[in-house]
Design a protein around this ligand. Structure first.
Ligand code: AKB
Length: 321
């Protein structure tokens, strides 16, 4: 049994994926990495290596020297930051993904997991119930780099037999990392504000509906796909998955069922233009058929869980009297 390397361990998904892998496979098998150093001792049980995925030699030597057999390549620049810094998005998402795939193939890695995104879609894609195979002509740098990652993954799989798997994630809602660089992060931010007793000014329009999912379902899906029988997989990293769709107005209504006086105002910015190029809903049927995708949380169940967990975190962060 070899080593599992996680890139981007300090990001939204990486932060929760690493402990899950440690629980499942044991601390000796998991190595966490990120371009940044962790602030606290969050990975105390396991080895942490600094890893900039744009550094090809470093990626190659890390895989070889640590006898890596599986990679969860979670390092990535999200849509909003990608528009502010396109070169960084290209370097991390396109060059970084090539470095990981090429090094994995040369090091004889057994399996590489890479997340894709609804960002691969664009204005020419149908808006509703979008299938896996459709028009993918994005207009954001994030989308361009992620289409590139999808094509590279399919290339390494068909040309070299590298087992590469992944899903097109919708917006992911979670409470463990603060909202940061994504367009769908408004949803996380709305919960943070509601629990802190603050109103929220939303940067998307109230009717900007997008496909979404709660983090426990996002992680469960990734692990289901990881364990699936390779022979059943018809796609590479382009499996559509989504639990539900909502717009900011519907999310605010769901939050008001728990926090009745919560209020949201709307001031759309450049992120509204990004959201307008993404579908309202996805067809996840292929993921269900091929590897049993079955999300558990609906919108209100997610809201209850988010508010309970964020309230506990909020209470802990208050100075004691
Ligand atoms: C983003 O908003 O950039 C991401 C995504 C949908 O891939 N959450």
């Amino acid at each position: 049994m070899g080593t599992i390397l996680v890139t981007g361990s300090l990001g939204q998904i990486g932060t929760e994926l690493v402990p899950l892998l440690v629980k499942k496979f044991g601390p000796s098998r998991v190595i966490a990495s990120d371009v940044k150093s962790p602030n606290s001792d969050i990975f105390h049980e396991i080895e942490y290596v600094p890893l900039d995925v744009t550094n090809r030699d470093l990626v190659a030597s890390t895989l070889k020297e640590r006898s890596v057999t599986e990679v969860f390549h979670m390092a990535g620049i999200l849509s909003a930051l990608g528009e502010r810094n396109p070169e960084l998005a290209f370097m991390v998402n396109s060059v970084g993904t090539f470095n990981v795939l090429d090094s994995a193939m040369k090091a004889g890695v057994n399996r590489v997991m890479i997340p894709s995104t609804i960002g691969v879609f664009g204005k020419d894609t149908p808006r509703d119930n979008v299938p896996v195979v459709t028009v993918t002509r994005p207009t954001t740098m994030y989308g361009v780099t992620k289409v590139n990652a999808e094509l590279l993954s399919a290339y390494f799989r068909s040309k070299f037999g590298l087992d590469v798997r992944g899903v097109r994630y919708p917006g992911i809602v979670s409470y463990k990392t603060p909202p940061s660089a994504g367009t769908t992060d408004y949803a996380v931010d709305m919960y943070y504000h509601a629990v802190a007793g603050k109103n929220y000014e939303c940067y998307l329009k109230e009717d900007a509906a997008l496909p979404m999912m709660y983090m426990p379902d996002a992680l469960d899906s990734l692990m289901k796909l990881y364990s699936a029988d390779e022979g059943r997989l018809r796609y590479t990293i382009d499996y559509n998955i989504s639990a539900f769709s909502f717009d900011p107005r519907t999310l605010a209504e769901s939050i008001r069922k728990v926090i009745p006086d919560f209020n949201v105002t709307y001031r759309p910015d450049y992120r509204q233009a990004i959201a307008e190029t993404w579908p309202r809903s996805l067809d996840s049927t292929d993921a269900k058929i091929d590897w049993g995708f079955s999300p558990e949380y609906d919108l209100d169940a997610m809201t209850e869980d988010m508010i309970r967990n964020l309230s506990e975190m909020h209470l802990k962060s208050q100075p004691s009297r």
